[in-house]
Design a protein. Structure first.
Length: 265
């Protein structure tokens, strides 16, 4: 039937173009179908057959099973793509790797050296500790990368030839160092207000609910999830801190762009 609906109008159209003059009508009062009208009727017939055979978007088809159900789903997807006027599927964005920042490492190293030089006894011990932290921040800034993809925020380490390794295990509570944006309940920089002034903070903080709740009170989580904190507006979750060894302005922009929840002060 579809073949008839397709080729019959073409045959009539070809006949009208090749014949020198139309034959006299046996019934002069009866209108004659033009090729354009035949094409329209053929298109309507084709659509009617397609509705009967596959169903149509907006129609409720009878339940199908097995191979028939698969064919019906495939036909429905084709219909949707056709009547969506060729709309393309959303293309995934490449992951955003936050640029490293050595400002914090340099500040701690200089401060540690000054304390060691100015205060020979008590200052030497504190200065040495701060200097060690500065060296550690230098090393971590060179090897740790903070990555934002389409679904989650994660910590990775540099591998060979600048390739990034897969997220490793969290050394405190276990599980991968990867957290979905939908699990965020808060994020902040400490000390507060430095990022807004264009200055690098010391710590980056975020709180999430992806980690099992039995781990939420580990470390600083006991204070962050206390009754007093909850009464002040805190949301229960797992607390994470890390030194700001990356571009604070860039990571702030990504937190906001990805829709990570933040408790307003």
């Amino acid at each position: 039937l579809k073949a008839i609906f397709t080729f019959t109008p073409l045959a009539f159209s070809f006949q009208d173009r090749t014949m020198a003059a139309p034959a006299p009508r046996p019934w002069p009062g009866r209108p004659r179908l033009q090729p354009r009208s035949l094409c329209i009727l053929a298109a309507l017939g084709w659509c009617a057959l397609d509705v009967v055979q596959h169903g149509f978007v907006g129609f409720v088809a009878a339940p199908a099973r097995g191979a028939a159900a698969a064919d019906q789903r495939a036909a429905s997807q084709v219909s949707r793509r056709f009547f969506n006027f060729g709309a393309e599927e959303k293309v995934k964005e490449p992951p955003v790797v936050i640029k490293e920042d050595y400002t914090l490492a340099a500040a701690f190293s200089v401060l540690g050296i000054l304390l060691c030089a100015v205060l020979p006894y008590l200052g030497f011990g504190i200065g040495a500790l701060i200097l060690i932290l500065g060296v550690l921040f230098f090393v971590q800034a060179g090897r740790v990368r903070f990555v934002f993809d389409d679904e989650a925020f994660e910590l990775r380490t540099k591998g060979d030839e600048a390739d990034l390794n897969a997220p490793g295990e969290n050394i405190v509570v276990g599980g991968k160092n990867r957290w979905a944006y939908s699990s965020f309940v808060n994020w902040e920089f400490f000390p507060k207000g430095l990022v807004e002034k264009g200055l690098p903070p010391i710590l980056v903080y975020f709180k999430e609910t992806q980690t099992p709740s039995k781990e939420w009170d580990v470390g600083p989580g006991s204070a962050a999830n206390s009754e007093e904190a909850l009464q002040k507006g805190a949301v229960p979750g797992m607390v994470h801190f890390f030194p700001c060894i990356c571009d604070a302005q860039q990571i702030k922009a990504e937190f906001e762009r990805r829709g990570c929840k933040k408790i307003s002060a």
